[in-house]
Ligand binder design. Structure first.
Ligand SMILES: [Zn+2]
Length: 270
């Protein structure tokens, strides 16, 4: 649905604000909604008019990346900093990762709350928040506004009280519904992730069994080793039992795990 044509001064203002490093909720163009600003910003980006910013933001997250991000954060409980440090999701900055985590509702909710509590708005952000609450955000749940501005819902509520823009009880109830909905989505996501890991574990064992079968066919009878956890016998090879290498005073020793890789996989994942 194309709106009114963007004028040159509007366009220039948008470019200037993006280059100042402002995020969508902080960008203000008179009589333009956030959606319209977003759409036009995307167009400018594609036209290469936003300089440095364009490259970084244009690279959309692939489903595969999002899936990895979900798995990493759930399985290893890593935050954005941890992920970058671990060298996972290469090519994504810490900011980009934490932004995506927020979008996907990932990460430790307590830690997220804590980081919000410490996020202080600067003068411009304060003004943007006030403006947002007066206009587009007037009927939005505090939690939703809080998400946009990366602050706590409490702060939003305090602003509303001060500005005499409190939500009616009906709107507040919607706000509560929003919170519940978010929680439901989170639970659903957790259930789905668990199911995926379970499937993965089963597949992992099956893959190892197939591999062993193929190897046995090719070579003569190799030495077998019994896993102390599942009792299954596997070829005594690093393909089936993890091997750790240790170096002490120049002497290298190899230790083979007593539990098989299929069981190891089981231990590692939630
Ligand atoms: Zn085992």
């Amino acid at each position: 649905m194309p709106g009114k044509r963007w004028t040159q001064p509007e366009r220039e203002s948008l470019i200037r604000q993006v280059k100042q490093g402002k995020h969508l909720p902080q960008i203000r163009i008179r009589a333009r909604s956030q959606a319209a600003v977003n759409q036009h910003r995307q167009r400018l980006r594609e036209a290469g008019l936003l300089g440095q910013d364009s490259k970084r933001s244009l690279r959309l997250w692939t489903m595969r990346e999002i899936r990895s991000l979900r798995d990493y954060t759930n399985a290893y409980r890593l935050g954005a900093t941890g992920l970058v440090r671990a060298g996972l999701l290469t090519g994504r900055s810490k900011d980009s990762i934490s932004q995506q985590m927020r979008r996907q509702g990932l990460g430790d909710p307590r830690r997220r709350e804590a980081s919000r509590a410490t996020h202080r708005l600067d003068v411009e952000e304060k003004a943007a928040l006030a403006e947002f609450l007066r206009t587009e955000g007037s009927k939005l749940a505090s939690a939703e506004v809080a998400d946009k501005f990366r602050i706590s819902p409490k702060t939003v509520t305090a602003y509303r009280r001060r500005m005499k823009l409190q939500l009616s009880w009906q709107e507040a109830r919607n706000s509560e519904r929003y919170r519940q909905l978010a929680e439901e989505l989170r639970q659903k996501f957790i259930r789905r992730t668990r199911a995926r890991w379970k499937k993965w574990r089963v597949e992992r064992r099956r893959t190892l069994q197939k591999l062993q079968w193929r190897m046995k066919r090719r070579t003569a009878n190799g030495k077998m080793r019994r896993c102390i956890r599942c009792g299954e016998s596997w070829l005594e090879l690093k393909e089936f039992f993890p091997v750790t290498k240790r170096r002490r005073r120049g002497i290298v020793t190899y230790t083979m795990s007593r539990s098989c890789r299929a069981c190891r996989a089981q231990q590692q994942k939630p």
